[in-house]
Design a protein around this ligand. Structure first.
Ligand SMILES: NC(=O)c1ccc[n+]([C@@H]2O[C@H](COP(=O)([O-])OP(=O)(O)OC[C@H]3O[C@@H](n4cnc5c(N)ncnc54)[C@H](O)[C@@H]3O)[C@@H](O)[C@H]2O)c1
Length: 253
């Protein structure tokens, strides 16, 4: 293990970087990782939200660094990743979860600036993060990358052309990159949530009834986090370059 920083007692522990970690699925992933004793690096534009999550994860016994980072800023991503290496000198797991999805507009009512901001965050945000961590993963011969996409990227959601296109691109990127780096020990997959419970709900097991899927309810943050964690674990085994839908068997699109 050539990349340990002995000044911090993290030698035996993995480190996971999670973006968009202040609420919802990202927070649930951070809590799940903390229960598995994985140290954390959390990015979000909402620093107050991150501070609350940091309190929760540190109370579960893991060191947690938080950074106010807009993932669509390549420089901010690079600077924060490099700063986190000063403490942990390793990022074993990357969960690209930050995304913008709220709002619905018909294609002709979607401005080009709206298109660009969605693609900047949802696609380039993923690209910048992977660029920042992949070289060390390849050098270490170990890495797990999970990109949070969406069923919109699989089926296309009416009224959400830009969002659907951005998440479709994330799924394709996942499949292509997985092929390039599988032999380096870096396993890349994506998770596509269906309808998820409101991320403002603190209870990660909260759900509403919904007719959008055959299970008849929304998916919880915990259910998404559990699927993401599996793909980040050593039990992922031979599951490589897949897009796993966590959608209760989607019914309406
Ligand atoms: N909620 C759903 O129904 C649903 C369905 C399918 C896919 N998803 C995807 O799941 C992911 C998480 O969604 P959610 O609903 O749990 O959370 P959310 O949309 O409520 O929050 C996402 C988080 O990302 C952060 N964020 C937004 N823009 C950012 C940026 N530029 N840089 C850094 N952080 C940023 C937000 O502050 C927030 O903490 C997203 O990628 C979303 O597209 C969500």
């Amino acid at each position: 293990m050539p990349y340990l920083d002995n000044s911090v007692n993290v030698a035996a522990q993995k480190t996971a970087l999670i973006t968009g970690a202040s609420v919802g699925i990202g927070r649930a992933v951070a809590l799940k990782m903390a229960t598995k004793k994985i140290n954390l690096v959390l990015f979000d534009i909402d620093l107050d939200g991150l501070k609350k999550v940091q309190n929760e994860t540190e109370s579960l016994g893991v060191k947690t660094l938080i950074y106010k980072v807009d993932v669509s800023s390549e420089d901010s991503v690079k600077n924060a990743v490099n700063d986190s290496y000063k403490t942990f000198n390793r990022i074993d797991i990357l969960v690209n979860n930050a995304g913008i999805w709220r709002g619905s507009n018909d294609f002709l009512d979607t401005s080009i600036s709206r298109w660009k901001s969605i693609i900047d965050v949802n696609l380039f945000g993923v690209v910048y993060l992977i660029n920042a961590v992949l070289p060390k993963m390849i050098k270490a011969g170990y890495g797990r990358i999970v990109n949070v996409a969406s069923v919109a990227g699989v089926y296309g959601n009416g009224g959400m052309s830009a969002y659907s296109a951005s998440k479709g691109a994330v799924i394709s990127l996942t499949k292509a990159l997985a092929k390039e780096v599988a032999k380096d020990g870096v396993i890349v997959n994506s998770v596509s949530p269906g309808l998820v419970s409101p991320s403002e709900e603190d209870n990660i097991d909260y759900f509403d009834l919904s007719d959008r899927c055959y299970m008849g309810r929304t998916g919880t943050d915990r259910e998404n986090a559990d699927a993401i964690y599996f793909l980040c674990s050593d039990e992922v085994g031979y599951v490589v370059g897949q897009n796993i839908q966590v959608d209760g068997s989607r019914r309406l699109l």
